[in-house]
Design a protein around this ligand. Structure first.
Ligand code: ZN
Length: 345
């Protein structure tokens, strides 16, 4: 292979990404080289595209962005065992240390020194990606490349949705972005009774209803309490999955939960936001912050569910050849897309 590749790079500290020629990464003894087939555009990539305060503070330039990918292994480091050239794969984009207490306890996703591909390390928006063999997740034939390319955000959805037992429970999801929508599909798959998803973006609520058997509610125009009455929910939702980072959504969630309800928080508020803690105390609510995916338990569960009927394909609303990446980012920036997948083949 030539030692140059196409890559989508944050080349300068300003808005945009640029298609550049970059050297194919050299792999170390414990790494593999992956030929990238498809990638998903994440909200994180939009922050980097926009070059907002978080991105400017976090991402060194130049940096090849992207962390949602599927591809195939084309080179193995000399210490790598148990993987083969030609193996189709996705992989965990968090590169972890092995020294922290949590890491040594096997809770790899809680390692405080984690580095992210496409954020702190060269990423997956490229023809080739270097990844530690440890991070590789082989893909079964039943999972094609475009689903493989969205396993990272599906993993966020699975991790959040499986935070609490959902069997027979009524679940409120606030925020109908792709992860919220996929969490709705997961909640139904694992046996929730009613899954209500709220947003104020009607396009996304319509998408939610196409992807999963959920009840979409536009809280800009509908009364959530009336919806709950219509579903004959007497006391409130048992579990809340907060995906929006929106203060009013969280307040509404707390109000709508049963006594002793449980909340998993994945949405990130834009800054500090006031919380009515006494309400949470008196309702005896449990809150769990959700970070990333459990490595590799979430991956295992997600693949098992995909092999057994979980279907999230309709959440992919746009597909582009990578040379049309600007159209892909435009679709994301419109705020009404589902997942956008870029094809590198
Ligand atoms: Zn992502």
């Amino acid at each position: 292979m030539s030692n140059q590749m196409k890559a989508l790079e944050k080349s300068r500290p300003e808005e945009g990404l640029w298609m550049v020629r970059a050297p194919v990464p050299e792999i170390g003894p414990d790494d593999v080289l992956i030929k990238v087939h498809k990638t998903g555009i994440c909200g994180t990539d939009i922050h980097i595209w926009n070059w907002d305060a978080w991105a400017a503070h976090t991402v060194p330039v130049p940096m090849i962005t992207g962390h949602e990918f599927a591809g195939e292994i084309v080179e193995l480091g000399r210490n790598v065992e148990g993987l083969e050239i030609g193996q189709r794969c996705s992989g965990e984009g968090h590169l972890i240390g092995r020294k922290s207490r949590q890491s040594r306890a096997g809770k790899f996703h809680l390692d405080p020194g984690t580095r992210g591909i496409g954020v702190n390390e060269q990423g997956a928006f490229a023809e080739f990606l270097r990844l530690p063999a440890f991070n590789v997740v082989p893909l079964p034939d039943a999972i094609d490349d475009e689903i493989g390319a969205i396993l990272d955000p599906l993993g966020n959805a699975v991790h959040t949705a499986l935070s609490f037992d959902l069997v027979g429970e009524d679940v409120l999801i606030t925020g109908a972005g792709p992860i919220g929508i996929m969490a709705g599909a997961v909640a139904r798959h694992v046996g929730a009774r009613h899954v209500v998803i709220t947003d104020i973006n009607q396009d996304r609520l319509d998408l939610a209803a196409r992807v999963a058997d959920v009840v979409p509610v536009n809280v800009g125009t509908q009364d959530l309490r009336e919806v709950m009455d219509g579903l004959k929910m007497k006391e409130g939702f048992d579990v809340g999955l907060e995906m929006s980072g929106n203060q009013r959504a969280l307040d509404q969630m707390v109000e709508s939960l049963v006594m002793g309800g449980r909340i998993a928080l994945l949405g990130i508020p834009p800054g500090q936001s006031p919380v009515d803690w006494s309400r949470i105390v008196f309702k005896a609510i449990t809150i769990k912050g959700v970070y990333g995916r459990e490595i590799f338990e979430t991956w295992y569960k997600m693949i098992a569910m995909l092999e057994n009927g979980l279907d999230v394909r309709k959440v992919i609303t746009h597909r582009f050849k990578v040379d049309a990446f600007r159209d892909g980012f435009a679709a994301m920036l419109s705020g009404s897309s589902g997942k956008v997948v870029l094809d590198w083949t």
